[in-house]
Structures are given as C-alpha cells and as structure tokens.
Design a protein around this ligand. Structure first.
Ligand code: MG
Length: 364
C-alpha cells in the first residue's frame, strides 16, 4: 500500500457553548485535515488544530510543514514501513508537534487499514468501550454549578473544572460545584498554568482541609516550572498532573525522575502523534506512573485516535479526558468511534473507520 497523494482540508465545528480556560476562550473547533491517499484507493485521515498558546502551532504552520516537509517525505512510500516512517517524521523537523501528529494519525489509520483491523487492535488490543470526563469551563459560580448539574444529569461521573483565573474565586467555584455534585461525581481541576507554586499549595491544602476531595489537579503552574510542580507535589496529598509541562518522552522522563508530578497527561498534539504517545505510556508504566489521555479542542478524528491509544495502553492509561465531541454541536465525521455523552465506543471497522467527512473544505 503506497502513498500516492497528500491532500489538505479545513474543517470547522461549532461548540455548544464557548470553552473558557485560564489561557483562552474558544467558540469553534477548527482543524487542518490531512488525507493520505494510497495506490489501493484507501484514505488515511489525520487532523491538527491550531493551539498556539500550548504547542506554538498555527493552521498556517501545520499546512506549511505538511506541504514542504512531509508531502515529499511520504509520497511513494509504503505504509508497511511504519516504524521507519514515524522515525523520519519525528526527525525531519524539530517541534511542530501538531503537524507531526496529523501526519502520523493518518499513517497509523492506513497501517491498521492495510491489516483490515481497528487501530486499537493493531496497537495491542483492549476494551472497545471507554468513559470520558467532561470539562466545565471557568465562569460565574452559578453558571459553573448549573453546568456541573447538567453534566451529571447527562451521566458524566467525572467533571473537570477549569480554574486558574483568580485564586480566591477559584476556591469559591470549586467549593460550590463540589457541594452541588458531591457523591454523584468526582472532581478534577485544571488550572492551565494559572497559579504560582505557593498559591497552588495554599489552595489545594485549603480544599483538602475543607474536606473537598479532588481526584487530581492538572498543571497548576507554568509549563516550564518543573521545580514549582515538584514543590507542590511534595506539599499536598492530592495527585498533581503534568499537562503543558510535558510534550515528548524526554520531558516525561524529566518529570518522573524529578518527582515533579504524579500523573502524566498524554495528548497526541503535544507528543507529535501516536508513536511517542505509546513510548510515553510504556515509560510511565516502567515507573508505575499513571497516565491520562487527553485532547485539544479538535475534531473527533484526533480524539478517536487518542481513544484507540488509550484503549490499547490501559491500565497505565487509567483516565480519559476526551470530551470534545460531546461539547460540539454535531460530528461531521461519518464512521469511526461513536460518542454519546460520557461513553466512547471504538469502531470495529479497519483503522479509524472513517467513511467520509461532511463539510470538509479542500485546500488547493
Ligand atoms: Mg490541561
């Protein structure tokens, strides 16, 4: 199965309500879509959102990387040479992890299709039924409580609260949501780098002393502040998770060896795709460090790829944060994994199982 064409498109999906974190507000999911076409008539799909505040990638940088670096690298190549290709994708340019992820996801999709097997089975198998949390955007307290109540009624048992904008208000928000859903849902927090190390210790200890049980606190301080992450991890009982602090396996090793976090958040757009995500899960497994698999604000193509990885790497991947399809007004991707509130069901059709994408605008 040889790659004969690389096509690019843009895909937009409106969110039900704006997504608000300490870093940004987003109203619409928008991806660059990569399609790898083969001499056998198969198509592999990959995607990349622009998440400049986290990865540095924009739609323009992704498109340029795919056109200038990855199209010449892939044309004429046999999909069967997966490992050699992923090594070359990784070393062809530094950074640009979203472009790498888009190309790798499409390549893994094709590789699994070439064996007529769902992606998660090619990656080692696992359960086809998964459960995700849902994100509650940072907002007025009443709005966050109402959103949390609504999520619990939809069947979500884990809520991820976005905090990190104003620490005093954050504590009030967390206490109010906790009181509203206590016993019905578990809370995890994501401060998206919004606190200082001392603020984080004060806030988390204060919540612990007030009897607010949190499953974990994600990325309390700036991505580059691993010492700060370690400072917090040493001083609180609540598990601390590294998200923006880690991209590839090297950062994960650093975090683990410095005891800077208890849990690792793997996202394909940070790792540069599936091969590094698998390496990270294996590395973390060596040290019994749990992982979560998360996603960016992106379409269900990449979310599904992440879900296939999560299924194959259970139980070291013990947590999922793959709620974006449930935050979108509709799913333009036909075929593949299905999303119904907290439930994700992986496809039994080959690869990612994508049949077509509605509303895709091809780039010339
Ligand atoms: Mg996060």
């Amino acid at each position: 199965m040889k790659i004969v064409d690389v096509k690019l498109g843009m895909l937009q999906v409106p969110l039900v309500t704006p997504f608000k974190t300490a870093l940004r507000t987003v109203e619409c999911v928008e991806d660059v879509i990569v399609m790898l076409e083969t001499d056998t008539g198969h198509v592999g799909y990959g995607n990349a959102p622009a998440t400049a505040v986290i990865t540095g990638d924009t739609h323009g940088s992704v498109i340029e990387a795919v056109r200038k670096i990855y199209t010449p690298l892939l044309l004429g190549r046999d999909v069967a040479d997966l490992n050699s290709l992923t090594r070359q994708i990784e070393s062809a340019m530094i950074n640009n992890t979203s472009a790498k992820a888009a190309v790798e996801i499409a390549l893994y999709d094709l590789f699994a299709q070439s064996y007529k097997t769902p992606l998660y089975k090619i990656l080692g198998g696992g359960e086809s039924s998964l459960t995700t949390d849902i994100t509650i955007s940072v907002d007025y307290i009443d709005k966050m409580v109402a959103d949390a109540e609504n999520a619990v009624e939809r069947g979500f048992e884990i809520l991820k609260l976005k905090v990190g904008k104003d620490i005093g208000l954050d504590i009030e928000r967390i206490k109010a949501v906790y009181a509203a859903v206590k016993g019905r849902a578990l809370l995890r927090l994501d401060a998206n780098q919004g606190w200082s190390p001392k603020q984080a210790v004060m806030a988390i200890r204060g919540l612990e002393e007030a009897g607010v049980l949190l499953e974990l606190v994600e990325q309390p301080v700036k991505a580059g502040n691993l010492e700060g992450m370690r400072y917090i991890s040493e001083r609180v009982k609540t598990p601390i998770m590294a998200d923006e602090s880690i991209f590839g396996p090297h950062e994960v090793m650093d975090v683990i060896q410095r005891h800077a976090a208890d849990i690792i958040n793997i996202k394909l757009m940070k790792t540069g795709g599936i091969s590094n995500a698998l390496k990270i899960a294996d590395l973390a497994g060596l040290y019994d460090v749990e992982c979560m698999v998360g996603c960016m604000l992106e379409t269900s193509i990449g979310v599904s790829a992440a879900a296939h990885v999560a299924a194959a790497k259970a139980p070291i991947v013990s947590k999922l944060d793959l709620d974006v399809p449930s935050l979108c007004q509709f799913d333009p991707v036909v075929g593949g994994a299905t999303y119904k509130d907290a439930d994700i069901i992986l496809n039994e059709s080959p690869g990612l199982g994508i049949e077509k994408i509605d509303g895709l605008q091809l780039l010339a």
